[in-house]
Design a protein around this ligand. Structure first.
Ligand code: IMP
Ligand code: MG
Length: 177
């Protein structure tokens, strides 16, 4: 596996752009769900930054759950196979549930998770919220109910997104040419 140097990264979204995108989305959620209690389900590890930043702006009664799925190997392309590392969830029957993801790429992870929840629970509402949407790479038909930014077919790192486990800690999102 080749190593990426931080100096090789081109910034796609700065810290400021991300923070204002996340705030805008939170404003929408605060409006749409001002009278509802929400369950946010964070898909680890990639969504950790998005989940924490988004949740700090939300004003409705909120519960946060964390599950761990993996679909990417350690390289640049999706395997299309999703494995559930830890998918323990509370009773979601009759709850308003929003899944919080870092990025929808092929869509396999999103499809798997939506199907998993629908097979095991009858939520009052189930929505999918992704920081980034790589629409051009979709292999299964699925759309985010909410997203902050649409992105091209580039391999992105930072703000939770990793390459071989590295760069999740960057406060911005960048790519390698
Ligand atoms: P999907 O199942 O192909 O939609 O992929 C979803 C998962 O792949 C995301 O939750 C990410 O963790 C990972 N992923 C997709 N694109 C990228 C990328 O550009 N950089 C880093 N991880 C990515
Ligand atoms: Mg992810």
């Amino acid at each position: 596996m080749e190593m990426i140097k931080e100096s090789d990264l081109t910034v796609l979204f700065s810290t400021e752009q991300i923070q204002s995108g996340v705030k805008k989305l939170a404003d929408i959620l605060n409006k749409e769900y001002c009278n509802d209690e929400l369950y946010l389900i964070c898909v680890l590890k990639g969504s950790i930054m998005f989940m924490t930043d988004l949740s700090k702006h939300l004003k409705m009664p909120l519960r946060m759950e964390f599950i761990r799925l993996s679909s990417y190997g350690s390289g640049f392309t999706s395997t299309g196979r999703v494995s559930a590392v830890d998918i323990a969830l509370p009773d979601l029957n009759d709850k308003n549930v929003i899944i919080v993801e870092d990025i929808i790429d092929t869509g396999h992870t999103a499809r798997f998770l939506m199907d998993f929840i629908h097979h095991n629970f009858k939520p009052k509402m189930l929505k999918f919220c992704s920081l980034l949407d790589k629409k051009c790479k979709r292999e299964v038909e699925i759309d985010a109910d909410y997203h902050c930014f649409e992105v091209d077919d580039k391999f992105l790192v930072g703000y939770g997104l990793d390459y071989d486990g590295y760069y999740r800690n960057l406060p911005y999102i960048g790519y390698v040419e």
